[in-house]
Design a protein around this ligand. Structure first.
Ligand SMILES: [Zn+2]
Length: 1045
């Protein structure tokens, strides 16, 4: 009857959803939820709202496609002898492409990008306000702060086929009688045909709709000032058909006619009507929202100086917003979407008074065990602010719903009257969109600028002498061989390879060749693509050639003496190769780039590592990598960097290539195929996850919030295209994001506010999909209620990202001071504004009792620590991680969980699938908790350390480790043997259960007292004093002194 279909699926493949969800299936903890080791961001991504980008795919060598003689490609004599041609005369001559070339875009050198947001150093953060003097142009009106247009009215928006945000003319909804109507099949769809629907625009048509911005259909086309004219460099988004002329983006009228009307549905007049017909069944009404105070427990005053044992025995749970239960039941899973404050202050001044940061933490593409997926010809969205219909809208009656972000009243489209879950008519409030805070839509064609791109994977491999020495090529090639058929994709999937040392090597894998053909380009100052059509090939059609190449590649460079690294030119080649389609480039690099563009020099002086208070060189040495990343972003190319090097590689510079192209960074500082087997195992497991995890292409994400709130700073790996739109050429399930918010208008009239994140992407199967998460939080007006909803983990996570930015824009010491001040200020505010009875000591509300501990742990983190020798790349990598990891793994990285495991029992154990999983208590991170007779497991997220005392319980040694004595424990042990003893079963069940909760595989190291890894274990003992850092108790005394000033 209608085109609506509905099923539930786990992200990879769908199963028909038979009975329809009545509850949020996402609240069921996913089995393989996820995060992947070592993916991390760096620094703030505060970019000019419309940074002038360079144009065209080849900005670095404008005019580099010089007409030159054809390449003399090297035809490998056979698989066994597929080696490099001798250097010198056999080198191919510069390539002259046959046929007409696409004209190069303007020879415009992009102006220098501001490298980081230079705001004035301040010891504390102005939480609510946007950072001062960010070097971006004036920020246009937030898309989600639309002044509501009176409705229902005819579409008064711009007549652009797309620009108007696709507002369909909803003629029918309001005029049809309420109640069940038998709906002829044709009317369900015909009501919604409107201009632009169902067609992919031709490039000519598309000249008006340059970007996915309009596809996600923000309000940019309807309200807000136009993007600034950027002249020749004015391809503001770069998201388009490559063939489109520059400058087409500036299509928004300069004056917005839609900003003036007064909202007829101003919040003050909203009685949150219940529908007459069947009130109980319509979506939950906010009328029931009552702001009873939180349970006293979260506000219970804890004297930190007296209560030593403040860790909960299990995981720290986020606070529950004080919403009515029926609304809370529908709220988004906090692992996907949460706020630093579960109760939103009514005004900015109240927020300022509380001295707590307000922000959102997201894990938008997280692997979910159940994800409702809707196929519908009409995706119902607010006509005014483009919010997707969600569980927190209100239905005025069966035919009208009111937006919970802008309060506009919208018609219920005819098709929405049918509920595919119950297969009944007239129950719009029971539609899956209104029952699930997280939902995915299969997007119709108007959400596409071009046919969805295929999955395209390009591997770029360092084959210099140094790289061959590490032995990593074997692992990469073997992993690819093992997982070739598991790469996400379909029959259109493409794959290609580039290797590089001082020259760039391409591989012709075209169908019909008897063996892979290597093509060497030695002119690295003028990179060109020798045979553009045969280097990225269809994986299905050319699988055998690909396999041949992967089998031969590790040996091909065995004897190389080439020590140079032309990474920059290799990246340019990758960009050119991927530009026509978009896709993913995976870069494997083992040393500092030394040749061509992007060459770097060592900036680290190891002798000064520990002595300098302020760390230099946290920002990039060149803007080459960032500029190239922005070009990549414009062409839907993401670059992931795998750095395997024990030597300084200037990650601060190299990392920009991933950070701004929405890629990931992986780092293996001590990788060696023989000397460090644990690292090899970690690399193997990471690669398996990396190659097989879900991937979304050509993605954008927009976060909307209720009018009155404003989002101002984003953290993560992406490029901020417009004020609130993140460009994500790739999105992966292990990426986290954070945003800071301020309260721009008094929220006095509101009882609750909502936040919605919409991620539009192309699946590896070529479907355009939109994943939408909606969260609703109450508005409160007392300091007590604000503090009662403080989410200590989310607050710490956001502060960590802010501190990374501060380290780069100001200094490390400034960032450290700001972290401590964050704790001092909030505890002072609590003492003066919430506590009614003053008592001595350092008092924190129970919900923030871990705050000083987490802040101290952050200060001792590699990213922020001082006084200890910390390699610059290690520090920068930790900073990446802090900005990019989803919160749950971030917390383990900052404050690992410590358990005693030599005396595990079944008492209080979980029973999962007939497996008994012991649940030992989480211990404080202090050597006080260790003893020589025990064995202790430290779970730091991406790594687990099992430390054993010298007099370790002999039964543990024999029953779990299978060794007769302590001395017999092998030095590099990183597996628990499978022994047939109760102790072994228990220990493995526990470690296995911890591992199952993340999608990557944390490597386990067994650490003896004299093991070199003992230092790593002890460094995580954050409650203890070190030569250069205070103990937890000393830190508390310091805070107490500061709060009582
Ligand atoms: Zn709206």
């Amino acid at each position: 009857m209608s085109t609506t279909g509905y099923n539930s699926q786990n992200g990879a493949g769908g199963q028909p959803y038979a009975n329809g969800p009545s509850q949020n299936p996402l609240l069921v903890p996913p089995s393989g939820a996820g995060y992947n080791i070592g993916t991390q961001p760096l620094y703030s991504n505060q970019m000019p709202a419309k940074a002038p980008l360079s144009t065209g795919p080849g900005p670095y060598n404008p005019g580099s496609y010089q007409m030159t003689p054809p390449v003399s490609s090297y035809q490998g004599p056979g698989q066994a002898s597929l080696t490099r041609p001798p250097m010198g005369p056999v080198q191919p001559a510069p390539f002259r492409p046959a046929g007409p070339m696409a004209p190069q875009s303007q020879n415009s050198t992009p102006p220098p990008m501001p490298s980081a947001a230079p705001y004035a150093p301040q010891p504390t953060w102005p939480y609510g306000a946007p950072p001062v003097s960010v070097s971006s142009p004036p920020v246009p009106t937030m898309g989600n702060h639309v002044t509501p247009v009176p409705g229902p009215v005819p579409n008064r928006h711009s007549p652009s086929p797309y620009g108007a945000g696709h507002t369909p003319p909803l003629h029918h909804g309001a005029s049809l009688p309420p109640g069940p109507v038998s709906l002829p099949a044709s009317s369900a769809t015909s009501s919604y045909t409107y201009q632009g629907a169902g067609q992919v625009p031709t490039p000519g048509e598309a000249s008006q709709i340059n970007s996915f911005d309009h596809l996600e259909m923000g309000t940019k086309g309807m309200v807000g000032p136009p993007p600034p004219q950027t002249g020749l460099a004015g391809r503001p988004t770069g998201q388009s058909y490559p063939s489109l002329p520059p400058g087409y983006a500036n299509m928004v009228p300069s004056a917005s006619p839609l900003q003036s009307p007064k909202p007829p549905y101003s919040p003050a007049h909203q009685p949150y009507q219940q529908p007459q017909a069947n009130p109980a069944q319509l979506s939950p009404s906010l009328a029931a929202l009552s702001l009873q105070s939180q349970s006293p427990e979260t506000l219970r005053a804890v004297n930190l100086l007296q209560e030593r044992n403040i860790l909960p025995p299990g995981p720290v749970t986020p606070p529950t917003p004080c919403l009515p239960q029926d609304l809370q039941k529908l709220n988004c899973n906090p692992e996907v979407f949460r706020s630093t404050l579960a109760n939103i202050p009514q005004t900015q001044s109240l927020l300022n008074k509380a001295k707590l940061p307000l922000g959102l933490l997201l894990h938008p593409f997280k692997d979910l065990s159940q994800l409702p997926v809707v196929t519908s010809s009409t995706i119902v969205r607010c006509r005014s602010c483009r919010t997707y219909i969600n569980p927190f809208v209100s239905f005025l009656d069966q035919r009208r719903w009111k937006c919970n972000l802008c309060y506009r009243v919208n018609d219920v489209p005819e098709e929405f009257m049918y509920n595919p879950v119950s297969r009944s008519y007239g129950e719009p409030h029971k539609r899956p969109e209104v029952q699930n805070p997280t939902i995915e839509f299969i997007a119709p064609s108007e959400y596409m600028l071009r046919p969805p791109q295929p999955a395209v994977y390009l591997f770029v491999l360092d084959v210099s002498h140094n790289a061959v020495e590490t032995g990593y090529l074997d692992v990469v090639c073997q992993s690819l061989l093992d997982n070739l058929s598991s790469l996400p994709g379909d029959t259109r999937t493409k794959i290609g390879f580039i290797t590089f040392d001082s020259t760039i090597h391409f591989y012709n894998l075209q169908e019909g060749l008897s063996q892979p053909q290597m093509l060497i380009v030695s002119d690295i100052d003028d990179i060109f693509i020798p045979t553009p059509d045969s280097l990225l090939v269809n994986l299905n059609d050319c699988k055998e050639l690909v396999q041949d190449l992967l089998k031969g590649l590790p040996q091909m460079f065995n004897k190389t003496m080439e020590t140079q690294s032309a990474l920059g030119p290799a990246l340019q080649a990758a960009f050119k190769l991927l530009s026509p389609t978009g896709g993913r480039a995976s870069i494997f690099q083992t040393q500092l780039p030394t040749l061509g563009v992007g060459a770097l020099k060592s900036r680290e002086d190891p002798n000064q590592r520990a002595s300098l208070k302020d760390i230099q060189h946290l920002s990039p040495a060149t803007d080459f990598y960032k500029k190239l990343a922005l070009d990549c972003s414009g062409q839907q190319v993401a670059v992931d960097l795998f750095l395997l090097s024990g030597q300084y590689c200037d990650l601060a510079s190299l990392g920009c290539i991933s950070r701004y192209s929405a890629g990931s960074v992986y780092y293996y500082p001590s990788y060696h195929h023989q000397h460090n087997l644990a690292e090899v195992e970690r690399f193997q497991k990471d690669l398996k996850r990396y190659l097989t995890r879900k991937i979304g292409f050509e993605a954008v994400m927009r976060i909307r919030c209720t009018k009155g709130l404003s989002i101002h700073t984003f953290h993560g790996n992406f490029f901020v295209r417009s004020t609130d739109l993140l460009s994500l050429p790739n999105v992966n399930p292990d990426a986290g994001f954070a945003v800071q918010m301020s309260i721009e208008e008094n929220l006095m009239d509101l009882q609750a506010v909502s936040f919605q994140a919409a991620l539009l992407y192309t699946s590896s199967k070529g479907e355009r999909r939109i994943r939408v998460h909606t969260m609703c939080l109450p508005v409160v007006n007392s300091m007590a209620d604000i503090f009662a909803g403080a989410d200590v983990q989310a607050i710490t996570g956001l502060l960590a990202s802010m501190a990374v930015d501060r380290s780069v824009s100001a200094s490390l010491s400034d960032a450290r001071d700001a972290l401590t001040n964050a704790a001092v200020d909030s505890l002072t505010a609590y003492r003066s504004s919430v506590l009614t009875i003053q008592q001595p000591g350092l008092l924190a509300p129970s919900c923030l009792r871990l705050f000083p501990l987490y802040i101290l742990a952050l200060l001792k983190q590699k990213a922020f620590r001082t006084g200890t020798s910390t390699r610059l790349d290690d520090r920068v990598f930790a900073m990446f991680q802090l900005k990019y990891q989803p919160l749950s793994y971030l917390v383990l990285m900052i404050h690992p969980a410590l358990y005693r495991v030599d005396d595990l029992t079944d008492e209080g154990a979980l029973n999962i699938n007939e497996r008994t999983v012991p649940q030992p208590k989480v211990l404080q991170l202090s050597v006080e908790k260790l003893n020589r007779e025990g064995a202790f497991l430290m779970d730091a997220g991406s790594v687990m350390l099992l430390w054993m005392g010298r007099n370790c319980n002999p039964s543990f040694l024999s029953q779990v480790l299978g060794v007769p004595s302590y001395a017999a424990v092998p030095q590099n042990m990183n597996q628990l043997p499978e022994l047939d003893t109760a102790e072994s079963v228990r220990t493995r069940a526990f470690v296995g259960w911890l591992r199952e909760q993340r999608p990557f595989f944390p490597v386990l190291h067994i650490v003896r007292e004299e093991s070199p890894l003992k230092a790593a274990f002890m460094q995580n003992m954050v409650e203890d004093r070190t030569e250069s850092a205070l103990s937890y108790y000393e830190y508390l005394l310091h805070l107490q002194q500061q709060t009582s000033k």
